[in-house]
Write a protein that binds this ligand. Structure first.
Ligand SMILES: CC(C)(COP(=O)([O-])OP(=O)([O-])OC[C@H]1O[C@@H](n2cnc3c(N)ncnc32)[C@H](O)[C@@H]1OP(=O)([O-])[O-])[C@@H](O)C(=O)NCCC(=O)NCCSC(=O)C[C@@](C)(O)CC(=O)[O-]
Length: 321
């Protein structure tokens, strides 16, 4: 790290006063939705139950999307009927339309949903087969109906920095869509850098535009780590007063309709940084790392979390000594 980068980080962390920070774990949904091999429902249920015991207060569980579009999430009904819902933990599920809401409500176990829109036409068409405007109209109706049924609704905006089909995204478009989702009744909007192309400069510009129309308490960030910038981007959001970030255990994931995008920021890396800054997340990092090791062994994949990899390597060395 250069001395200039180090000075910048020290300066920005001085401005950050510690306090509570909410981590939204999206591994069981965003993390698994793009896996080619179908993960058995029993493994997903065990993952969600283990994550629920780590101190996380939100564990996104699954998606009530079309099984033809995302086969990995076809077991949504089984997941919602078999997970243990721990007190103090919420289990949002993604819902794209009225059919998804109907199916989610029919389980009797869904208390929170997440609706998702995009700031780019190309991605919206590929992801939900609708233009941005058509999709927002559907999401507004779904949000209204969900709230009438007593559910909490979170909103997502995808492609807040760039789109795999349309290129760079205008910050003012992200601001307009965020405003629409908040007006529709979403209690919070998560800003997704779906393909992980953002860096501190572009994320700062995007957040400045969004913060001109929405209070920081209603915002979260959802960073993918394709270019290794996700932690720096969350730090920019923290500087701006945002206190909620999404992440995925072991850095699993990526959207099936965003080719080339890697996983989300790893939860272990995020929590390590937040604890280093003095934030209270309520999360036990040792517990997270053991879940991370378990899921990577189960899925026979390399751990994308630098923090988990370092802690596991140290443990292995200590055991061998
Ligand atoms: C939105 C649709 C359904 C439109 O898909 P469509 O084909 O236009 O839908 P349709 O209304 O024309 O219906 C076609 C068929 O699908 C059925 N159908 C229709 N809706 C549902 C439903 N909810 N559940 C189950 N079945 C459904 C419907 O009943 C019908 O069945 P058929 O008559 O052919 O047998 C489709 O495009 C879809 O499911 N897309 C979801 C894609 C997705 O899940 N992407 C990943 C999540 S977003 C993401 O990862 C980004 C995020 C959130 O993490 C943030 C970030 O990183 O940016």
């Amino acid at each position: 790290m250069s001395s200039q980068t180090l000075r910048l980080l020290i300066c920005s962390s001085r401005k950050i006063s510690s306090g509570k920070f909410k981590v939204v774990e999206v591994g069981a949904r965003d993390g698994l939705q793009n896996e080619k091999r179908i993960i058995p429902a029993a493994d997903k249920i065990e993952l969600i139950n283990r994550l629920s015991k780590s101190g996380l207060s939100t564990v996104e569980a699954t998606s009530f999307v079309s099984p033809k579009w995302v086969p990995q999430m076809a077991d949504h009904k089984e997941i919602m009927s078999k997970i243990t819902q721990f007190p103090g933990v919420s289990y949002p599920v993604l819902v794209p339309n009225a059919a998804g809401l109907k199916n989610a409500l029919a389980t009797g176990n869904v208390k929170e949903i997440a609706v998702f829109g995009a700031a780019s036409e190309g991605f919206s068409k590929k992801n939900v087969n609708s233009s941005v405007e058509e999709s927002l109209t559907k999401l507004e109706a779904v949000t209204k109906e969900a709230i009438e049924n007593g559910l909490m609704v979170r909103g997502y905006v995808s492609c807040v920095i760039g789109c795999p089909y349309d290129g760079n995204t205008e910050p003012k478009v992200v601001a307009q869509i965020t405003e629409r989702l908040l007006k529709a009744g979403c209690y919070e909007v998560s800003l997704g850098d779906t393909i992980g192309v953002g860096s501190a400069g572009s994320v700062r510009k995007m957040l400045d535009a969004v913060l001109s129309v929405a209070p920081r308490e209603k915002l979260a960030v959802h960073m993918h780590d394709t270019y290794g910038q996700a932690l720096a981007n969350v730090l920019v959001a923290i500087e701006k007063g945002i206190r909620v970030a999404d992440s995925s255990i072991a850095g699993l994931g990526g959207c099936p309709y965003a080719k080339g995008a890697t996983g989300n920021l790893a939860t272990e890396d995020l929590v390590y940084m937040l604890h280093g800054l003095g934030f209270d997340t309520g999360i036990d990092l040792t517990c997270l790392v053991s879940i991370s090791e378990w899921i990577c062994t189960k899925m026979e994949r390399q751990n994308a979390s630098r923090v988990a990899s370092a802690i596991i390597a140290n443990k292995t060395k200590a055991q061998a000594a």
